[in-house]
Design a protein around this ligand. Structure first.
Ligand SMILES: [Zn+2]
Length: 249
């Protein structure tokens, strides 16, 4: 009996994944144009004036750029969530903007310490093992959904998980398919006006460059000028920083 549930569950997951892929391919207006714009990626023109890879709002954290010690910065709060104090107002403005457009939102996550990320990782790993997975399988399954401690961008205080309330009600565990909701679409479209980018995009290139699957809820503060440039040119933060580095070298 248990096995058949597992198979049904897997089939359902596959169907959802397939549906999301089909949706991403058919209804993402940017997916067709992104190829063309990426060809002009090496162009050095038009980068925001004075931008440097060492700017506080461009700090890069990913699997290749992980940190072993906690970052220190002044914390601000939005509701019960902590963020870097420097972006507190931007988060409030972003959420207010959505509210004014008719979309109530929830800040699901803000700053998460490396220590906290370790706990999250350990808990998911333990629950995977409890399901009967081998150590290796459990680790792999955990890494697919939880960032390895030290490589989560949430430790910067510059990343937020923000969801439309209706999208969150349907997908309480967060899911790329939340972008079916107008609320989430509004957030994705208007994020740059508040200095945020949708950090983990839906294209194959996005995934290759970020190492992370599509997350329709994870926004990263980079400042308005950077956000507008990155979004206009369909770049990942990784690709943008490579451009900045090249220009300044
Ligand atoms: Zn996130």
């Amino acid at each position: 009996m248990k096995k058949s549930y597992l198979i049904i569950g897997l089939a359902a997951l596959l169907a959802i994944g397939l549906a999301a892929t089909v949706w991403a391919v058919t209804s993402h207006p940017s997916s067709t144009s992104s190829k063309n714009s990426k060809q002009s990626k090496s162009s050095k023109q038009g980068l925001p004036a004075g931008v440097k890879t060492t700017d506080w709002d461009l700090v890069l954290v990913n699997k290749q750029h992980s940190r072993s010690s906690e970052m220190s910065f002044e914390q601000g709060h939005v509701g019960d969530k902590a963020v870097n104090a420097k972006i507190q107002q931007a988060v409030v403005d972003f959420m207010n903007g959505a509210q004014q457009a008719g979309y109530a939102t929830t800040l699901v996550s803000g700053y998460r310490s490396i220590e906290y990320q370790k706990e999250v990782f350990a808990n998911v790993l333990a629950s995977n093992k409890a399901k009967g997975m081998s150590d290796e399988a459990a680790e792999k399954a955990t890494k697919a959904v939880v960032q390895t401690p030290g490589s989560s961008e949430h430790q910067t205080g510059l990343a937020i998980d923000l969801a439309g309330n209706d999208a969150l009600a349907k997908y309480p565990g967060l899911d790329g398919a939340m972008d079916q909701f107008a609320s989430q679409q509004w957030l994705i479209k208007h994020a740059p006006e508040y200095g945020f980018i949708l950090r983990y995009g839906s294209t194959k290139e996005d995934r290759r460059e970020t190492g992370i699957a599509y997350e329709s809820w994870h926004f990263r503060y980079v400042g308005v000028k950077n956000a507008e440039y990155i979004t206009k040119h369909h770049l990942t933060l990784e690709a943008y920083l490579a451009q900045v580095k090249k220009q300044n070298s």
